[in-house]
Design a protein around this ligand. Structure first.
Ligand code: HEM
Length: 243
C-alpha cells in the first residue's frame, strides 16, 4: 500500500505523515510536459534536453551551410540562403502547343511551324487509281488453276524439244494463238498463260514475239517467271548469227 502511495507523491498535503512513502523505494516526481517545472530551468538536469524542437537542417556543420556561407558575404556567412521562388512571368515560357485541330491529315505542317509531334505519315490522302490495276480473271483462271494445269502434265510448250531460238524466229510468234516471249534468256510459250495472267492478256501480249525481260522486271520484279512458266519453256534465246 505504501508502495502505491509513492506514485502519488505530488499529493503530499493530503497524505498523513505516517503514510509517507517507504524510503526503500525511489521517489518519482511527475512532471507534466510543457508545464512549468523547476527542474526545466536547470540546464544540467536530465529533463533539460526533452524538447520537441526538430534538429537544425541542414546540420550546423553541414557542407550545405559551408557552401552557402562561402558564396555570401562575410557578415551573412552564418545565414542560410533561402532559394527564391520564381513567379510565372519570371519562369521560362512553355513550348507552343501543337495546333492539332488545325492539322490536315496527310498535309505536312507549314514550314517553320514547330511541333514536337512527328509528321503524320500514316494517314495519306486517297491514292489516285494506279495504272497497274489487277484484271478480274475469269472463273477457273486463278493462280491455283494455273498451278493445276501445269501439274496436269498437258503439253503447254507446243513443241516437242527445246530449241535454240534467235530473235528473228522469236519475232514470228507474236499472235495470241501462238505467242512466245524471252525472259532472262529463256523462251516461253505464253499463249496458255494469257487467260491466267493477273495483269490481263493485253499487258502480257506486249512482250509477245520479243525479249520481255526489261518490261517484265520493270512491272513486277518479284514475280518468279521461271517458276510460273516452267511448263511453257520452248528453248533458249541465242544471238542471230549463231543459229
Ligand atoms: C511474261 C511473263 C509474265 C508473267 C509470268 C507474269 C505474271 C504475273 C503475276 C504472277 C502477277 C501477279 C503478281 C502479284 O499479285 O503480285 C502479275 C501481275 C501483273 N502483271 Fe504480269 N506477268 C508477266 C508479264 C507481264 C508483262 C509483260 C506485263 C506488262 C507490262 C505484265 C503486267 C502485269 C500487271 C499490270 C499486273 C497486275 C498488277 C500487279 O499485280 O502488280 N505482266 N503478272
Amino acid at each position: 500500500m505504501s508502495y502505491l502511495r509513492s506514485w502519488f507523491s505530488l499529493d503530499t498535503s493530503s497524505s498523513p505523515s505516517n503514510l509517507e512513502p517507504d524510503s526503500s523505494y525511489p521517489k518519482v516526481s511527475l512532471s507534466v510536459p510543457g508545464s512549468f517545472n523547476e527542474e526545466d530551468e536547470d540546464d544540467g538536469s536530465e529533463t533539460a534536453g526533452e524538447d520537441d524542437a526538430p534538429p537544425a537542417f541542414p546540420a550546423i556543420n553541414s557542407a550545405q551551410r559551408a557552401a552557402a556561407s562561402s558564396s555570401s558575404s562575410s557578415d551573412s556567412s552564418r545565414r542560410f540562403s533561402i532559394p527564391t521562388i520564381l513567379t510565372d512571368s519570371a519562369l521560362m515560357p512553355p513550348p507552343p502547343i501543337p495546333s492539332l485541330a488545325t492539322r490536315q491529315p496527310g498535309v505536312p505542317a507549314p514550314k517553320g511551324s514547330s511541333s514536337l509531334l512527328s509528321p503524320m505519315n500514316t494517314t495519306q490522302p486517297p491514292r489516285k487509281p494506279s495504272k497497274r490495276e489487277k484484271v478480274a480473271l475469269a472463273p477457273g483462271f486463278g493462280p491455283l488453276d494455273w498451278g493445276n494445269l501445269k501439274a496436269s502434265g498437258q503439253n503447254l510448250r507446243g513443241v516437242d524439244t527445246l530449241m535454240r531460238i534467235p530473235p528473228s524466229v522469236l519475232k514470228l510468234h507474236n499472235k495470241k494463238e501462238d505467242a512466245w516471249t524471252a525472259i532472262n534468256g529463256k523462251v516461253y510459250n505464253i499463249t496458255p498463260y494469257l487467260p491466267y495472267h493477273p495483269g490481263g492478256e493485253k499487258e502480257l501480249m506486249r512482250v509477245a514475239g520479243r525479249d520481255g525481260t526489261k518490261l517484265f522486271s520493270l512491272t513486277h520484279a518479284w514475280v518468279n517467271a521461271d517458276f510460273m512458266l516452267d511448263a511453257c519453256l520452248v528453248g533458249f534465246l541465242v544471238p542471230e548469227q549463231s543459229s
